[in-house]
Design a binder for this molecule. Sequence first.
Ligand code: AMP
Ligand code: ZN
Length: 107
Amino acid sequence: MDCIFCKIVAGDIPSKKVHEDDEFFAFHDIRPAAPVHFMVIPKRHVASLLHVQPGDEAMLGRLMALVPVLARQEGLGGGFKTAINTGRDGGQEVDHLHVHVLGGRRT
Ligand code: AMP
Ligand code: ZN
């Protein structure tokens, strides 16, 4: 599949890894929009929130629960912003579900 984030998960494209486990991968954004800016993605290719299926609820819950763990690990214990751009009209550029985590200054 011609998906840049699947290639990052596979190690075919290098990334600055924040976290990896059986189900999720997290890495720094190549064009950071804040002093700390990383993304958390499921390893399984899910194109966007618009492509979520019945049965994905538990995965989405684990994904969101992982965000504050990694945020604290990256020094964002004081708070952060999250964004999930979805679809053409939502400004999504990479069609693999990802949660942006941004922080490091008051915004
Ligand atoms: P979105 O607009 O929500 O789809 O965001 C996609 C994000 O992926 C953008 O913020 C890009 O800077 C980021 N991005 C694209 N290619 C890479 C890459 N190879 N490594 C890390 N981040 C990337
Ligand atoms: Zn993918």
